[in-house]
Each structure stands twice: as structure tokens, then as C-alpha cells.
Design a protein around this ligand. Structure first.
Ligand code: CDM
Ligand code: ATP
Length: 275
């Protein structure tokens, strides 16, 4: 089979409630997850298992055996040469590693390797990233319920350039028994989406802000740039802002890049497509 390409879109937790903790220490989550128009790019072709990296954030990763792309391929017993263009900042709350692993698994299924068993073992976000479409994520990440399409809302992603380790953020939480998400309706546009989101939270945000005070600065800057809503994704440090026009999002991203942060204008809930 010839070269296969796959897009690994950034994952965004528009809302993330932490509702409990299992005996093994993993936390119970209730999250509205969507995907962005920006992401990593994967190339796979038959050959001895290998990984080559390029792209703006390649330097933050080693092509070693722990890389989630290689772990995903090994979990399927696949012999493939993988090329990864790393466009997403590493350890930044937008699921980069999980998105890459899921993209490898999707491609291997297309190449005839069958369906993966227990993909959550590779990472809590891998099941939802396999879908890469709007979903409610529950359990520790293994329960994924697809949702109706969400209108494509202009969005800016901002990362202050500080890697925030996910376990440290969970450990720094003050409350682990928060209420679940309210019922998720079908959204018709920015206004009703933002209205619903205002009744929700990212329960990891206060802990992440204590560990990485730059997150507060990013959230304030997004709000000042005209975002209808700004919030942190996952365990941080990447934050998103939602805007009423693509022009407003582009202007905000330009201004925020000027502060030395990674800032990109994109859009929310694009259907998964290869590019
Ligand atoms: C916070 C989220 O980004 C929300 O989407 C994800 O749940 C994290 O997903 P991930 O990065 O794929 O996480 P994993 O690599 O599976 O786990 C990293 C660490 O986060 C903590 N962790 C993760 C998921 C979960 N439900 N409870 C946890 O307590 C554990 O300490 C775990 O060792
Ligand atoms: N292909 C990969 N891309 C990114 N990180 C990877 C990859 N493979 C292994 N890792 C490791 O996984 C860890 C988490 O990286 P990742 O970018 O997935 O975090 P994250 O964006 O915080 O994820 P999440 O939103 O799922 O918590 C990093 O410490 C990184 O070294």
C-alpha cells in the first residue's frame, strides 16, 4: 500500500468538569470536546517501524520508543515508517500526543490492521481523538458519546510556551467532587454556545493557574482582545477564545503573537479532513 496521510486535529475541552476519583488515582471527567482546524500531520507507509519528525514543535520531542506514534503502531503490531509534522505545542492541553496516536490508529485501520483494543491505554484522550468530532467524554476518557455538529465558530488558541505536566495539575486540584455537565443541547451559533458554556467550567483551570501564572495573563489578554469567552483547555497551558468573526479572531491572534506567545486563528468543530 502506498503513502497514507492523516490529519491529527487539536483537541479542545470547551468544558471540563472533574466529578470524582477512582481508587487507582485516575479522575472521573465530564467534558464537551471539540476539534480545531489546526493540527499535526502524519504520513505512514509500510516499512520497518520508525519515526521522523519535522515542523515547528519537532524539537520538543524525541523520536524514541516512548513517542505515542510509535506506541500506537506497536500496540497494533504494525511495521510502518511514520513521518510526523508537529504543529502543536507539546504537553499543552490540546491533546497533541493523543491526537497523533489516534491518527496513527485510524490510518492503520485503513491499511488493514483492524480496530484497536482499549485505545485509552495509550492516553485518556485517545478514544475521543479517534472520533475527532464533537463529543461528550466521560469516565476517565473511555466513554465517548458523539454529539450533533457544532457551528463553526472562529477561535484563537494561545499558549504561553510553558509545558504543564498533566499529573501535576490533577494533583494540585482542591475539589474532585464537582457536579457533572448540564444537559448538552444542539447549538445553533456563537451566542447559545457561549450562553451554555458560561454555566460550565474547566475544573483544572484554577490548579493550572497556580502552577503556571502565565495562564491567567493569557486568559485576560484573550478577554481584552474581544473574545466572547476565553478558557483553558485540558490541563493547560493552552487557552482558547471564541469570536464573532474570522477577522476579529485573526486580529486578536496577530496582537497576541506580538507578546511572544504561540497564537493562531482557527475555527471550531471542523469535520475531520485530510490535508
Ligand atoms: C485532562 C485531559 O486533557 C482532558 O481531556 C485528559 O484527561 C488528559 O489526557 P492525556 O494527556 O491523554 O492523559 P494520560 O496520558 O492518560 O494521563 C496523564 C496523567 O493525567 C492524570 N489523569 C489523566 C486522565 C484522567 N482521567 N485522570 C487523571 O488523573 C494521571 O495522573 C495520568 O497519569
Ligand atoms: N507524538 C507526541 N506528541 C506530543 N507529545 C508526545 C508525543 N509522544 C509522546 N509525547 C509525550 O506526551 C506528553 C503529553 O504530551 P501532549 O502534547 O499529548 O500533552 P497534552 O497536550 O497536555 O495532552 P492532553 O490534552 O491530552 O492532556 C509529553 O510529555 C510528551 O513528551
Amino acid at each position: 500500500m502506498s503513502l497514507q496521510t492523516e490529519f491529527a486535529p487539536a483537541k479542545l475541552n470547551l468544558a471540563l468538569h472533574v466529578t470524582g476519583r477512582r481508587k487507582d488515582g485516575y479522575h472521573l471527567l465530564d467534558s464537551l470536546v471539540v476539534f480545531a482546524g489546526i493540527g499535526d500531520h502524519l504520513r505512514l507507509q509500510p516499512g520497518p517501524l520508525s519515526l521522523t519528525l519535522d515542523g515547528p514543535f519537532a524539537a520538543g520531542l524525541q523520536p524514541d520508543e516512548d513517542n505515542l506514534c510509535l506506541r500506537a503502531a506497536r500496540s497494533m503490531g504494525a511495521e510502518v515508517a511514520i513521518g510526523l509534522t508537529k504543529n502543536l505545542p507539546v504537553a499543552s492541553g490540546i491533546g497533541g500526543g493523543s491526537a497523533d496516536a489516534a491518527a496513527v490508529l485510524r490510518t492503520l485501520t485503513r491499511m488493514g490492521y483492524g480496530l484497536p483494543d482499549n485505545p485509552e491505554r495509550l492516553g485518556a484522550d485517545v478514544p475521543v481523538c479517534l472520533l475527532s468530532a464533537p463529543a461528550r467524554m466521560q469516565g476517565v476518557g473511555e466513554i465517548v458519546t458523539p454529539l450533533p455538529a457544532i457551528p463553526s465558530v472562529p477561535m484563537v488558541l494561545v499558549n504561553p510556551g510553558v509545558a504543564v505536566p498533566t499529573p501535576q495539575v490533577f494533583a494540585a486540584m482542591e475539589r474532585r467532587d464537582n457536579p457533572p455537565l448540564p444537559t448538552i443541547p444542539a447549538f445553533s451559533g456563537l451566542d447559545d454556545l457561549v450562553g451554555w458554556l458560561r454555566g460550565t467550567r474547566n475544573d483544572l483551570q484554577p490548579a493550572a493557574c497556580r502552577i503556571c501564572p502565565q495562564i491567567d495573563q493569557v486568559l485576560r489578554a484573550l478577554q481584552d482582545s474581544g473574545a466572547a469567552l476565553s478558557r483553558m483547555s485540558g490541563s493547560g497551558a493552552t487557552c482558547f477564545g471564541l469570536y464573532d468573526s474570522a477577522d476579529a479572531a485573526r486580529t486578536a491572534a496577530d496582537a497576541l503573537s506580538g507578546r511572544g506567545w504561540w497564537a493562531v486563528a482557527t475555527e471550531l468543530a471542523q469535520p475531520l479532513r485530510r490535508r
